[in-house]
Design a protein around this ligand. Structure first.
Ligand code: PA5
Length: 415
């Protein structure tokens, strides 16, 4: 379902890919690989039930989480742009009082619920934010009423959040042991907020399954699009391209790019190596980073994230009779989507001419099915790409350094 157009055909070494894929399969953190087939249907039914409850009793759902516990569902909710009475808000993804205040102000006196999401159940940013929203819930609904509005998505057995959820009787959802944060968007981590935001979560999982089945059906691994993308990245890395810029002409995909950056950055940036993942949204960023892309250091390759059919909403440039005062007569009655598409073609041609290899990842539309497939495509490619560069895709040891310093400075008692 997801198409991939490399700048030049990737030279796939089938043996090497087979070895890497078998290592991924045998890894204890490879649960996301078969998730579209193995999803716990009872859990899914409970997610839908909880989403219904939240839609009935809350104007806002505050999703508290950071990294993989936040970026995936924000990415998909933004891309889908579904109408829903309940708006999903985000907190606990920074320590900024201004950011916290903005969410608090937005809620005001309205009814709200909280989905606190932390696989480990011990991450500082969401844990701190949770305290503030708990206090607000207590004031509005009392302790018992608050507990009915708190949904905890965390480990099945351990962590401070798990302990609290059990003790206080919050509705609980599980992040499976064998799926890490940045690979978890198609678990309860993403599915509960997505269902509240009006997304068809069955279609999301079906989309991922279609992509997975397409790979399994393909007799030649070299034709699997995600394999081609992973191998292409690895080839550019070897040719000293150390930065990949993901670009899109669709502003609603900005957070998809953020999710992608985390997925690849945290999976590959190890042992002082790894392609640096960056992102832009065009045409906006053609007027800020466009100059660099066209003429700057040639260490970049660009991955254009394209959507064949963006949606039903479109506008034709208004026809205004009279003189051509704004010089736009030549665009009159042209569809905005068409102008955007042509801007994309023109940009790719310009960047290629300027010496930037441009890869294309093309999805049919912005539906749940296509987005589910796109998530699977990137997760598969990311795990493989990290393996090809000899690092463990599923850990993130480097994230501890700032925490250790911060805890020391804040005087956290040593356990
Ligand atoms: O991918 C990862 O594992 C991380 O980005 C985590 O998602 C992030 O650090 C948040 O962790 P947790 O869900 O345990 O609070």
């Amino acid at each position: 379902m997801i198409k991939f157009v490399p700048a030049q055909p990737a030279a796939v070494n089938i043996n090497q890919i087979e070895v890497a894929l078998s290592e991924i399969r045998n890894d204890a953190m490879s649960g996301w690989l078969d998730l579209p087939d193995n999803y716990d249907r009872d859990e899914l039914a409970n997610i839908k039930k909880a989403a219904q409850q939240i839609q009935n009793d809350s104007k806002f759902l505050v999703c508290i989480g950071i990294g993989g516990s936040y970026l995936g569902h924000k990415a998909l909710i933004d891309a889908l742009e579904k109408p829903s009475y309940t708006r999903v808000l985000y907190a606990g993804n920074s320590l900024s009082p201004r950011a916290l205040n903005a969410v608090m102000q937005q809620i005001g006196d309205a009814d709200f619920s909280v989905n606190v999401i932390s696989k480990s159940g011990t991450t500082t940013e969401p844990a701190v934010a949770f305290r503030f929203f708990k206090e607000k819930l207590y004031k509005k609904y009392g302790k018992e009423g608050a507990a009915k509005r708190i949904y905890a998505t965390t480990d099945a057995k351990q962590g401070a959040l798990h302990g609290e959820a059990v003790q206080e009787g919050y509705t609980r959802f599980v992040v499976p042991d064998n799926i890490g944060g940045r690979f978890s968007v198609l678990t309860a981590v993403g599915l509960l907020p997505l269902a509240v935001a009006g997304a068809d979560v069955d279609a999301l999982l079906d989309g991922a399954k279609t992509e997975k089945d397409d790979y399994a059906r393909e007799p030649n691994l070299g034709n699997v699009t995600a394999v081609q993308y992973a191998v292409t990245r690895s080839e550019y890395w070897k040719k000293k391209y150390d930065t990949e810029v993901m670009a899109s002409f669709e502003p609603s995909l900005q957070y998809f790019e953020e999710w992608w950056k985390q997925l690849f950055g945290e999976s590959e940036g190890k042992n002082h190596q790894g392609i640096f993942p960056a992102s832009v949204v065009y045409t906006t960023d053609l007027h800020s980073l466009g100059q660099y892309m066209q003429d700057g250091r040639r260490n970049i390759f660009e991955t254009m994230l394209e959507v064949e059919k963006v949606g039903e909403v479109d506008f034709a440039v208004p026809i205004i009779p009279g003189a051509d005062v704004d010089g736009l007569k030549y665009l009159e009655d042209r569809k905005l989507s068409d102008i955007n598409r042509i801007a994309c073609m023109a940009t790719m041609a310009a960047h290629r001419a300027g010496g930037i290899p441009v890869l294309e990842v093309i999805m049919p539309d912005l539906t749940e099915r296509s987005l589910g497939a796109l998530v699977y495509f990137f997760e598969y490619a990311c795990a493989l790409s990290a393996k090809l560069s000899g690092v463990n895709p599923f850990d993130q040891p480097g994230v501890e350094a700032y925490k250790t310093n911060m805890f020391g400075l804040l005087g956290k008692p040593v356990a």
